[in-house]
Design a protein around this ligand. Structure first.
Ligand code: SF4
Length: 141
């Protein structure tokens, strides 16, 4: 079976900033046809759970208390890529709008819920590295 790397929160892991998951039934149903590999880049980057929400701004990532967490997000992206490359994964389904996992549209850095065109740090690295990225809102399989 083909492998797909998936944002762990979409598979029910409580790794989100608020300690909750965002399990997605459509994504979970893929387990019958694919090997799903759960990964949470923010935890892989060393961030605690729960943690303050963060958004991308000016090329970096900042928490809502102003803390610059860019390095942790970059480390998490690199570790997630390491897993994908080690296992020969070519496809990923990542959580929409996240500063790590979002693709095409992300929160704008103002913590108001507003969104702007852009990718999360991990999605960006995956795309650059030749991994096909979709979100739970866009995938068709
Ligand atoms: S970093 Fe990605 S996998 Fe982890 S909680 Fe955020 S959206 Fe989910």
């Amino acid at each position: 079976m083909e492998k797909i790397l998936v944002s762990a929160c979409l598979l029910g892991c409580r790794c989100r900033y608020d300690g909750k998951s965002c399990a997605d039934a459509r994504v979970l149903a893929l387990r019958d046809r694919y090997i799903l590999i759960p990964v949470c880049p923010e935890q892989l980057g060393g961030l605690p759970t729960p943690r303050n929400p963060a958004e991308r701004r000016n090329g970096g990532v900042f928490m809502n208390n102003g803390a610059n967490v860019t390095a942790a997000y970059e480390k998490g992206a690199e570790e997630a890529l390491r897993i994908a490359e080690t296992l020969g994964v070519k496809k990923a389904i990542l959580k929409a709008k996240s500063p790590s996992c979002g693709k095409g549209l992300i929160y704008d850095g103002t913590f108001t819920g507003a969104k702007i065109p852009g990718d999360g740090v991990t999605a960006q690295l995956f795309i650059k590295s030749g991994i096909a990225v979709e979100t739970e809102e866009t995938f068709v399989l």
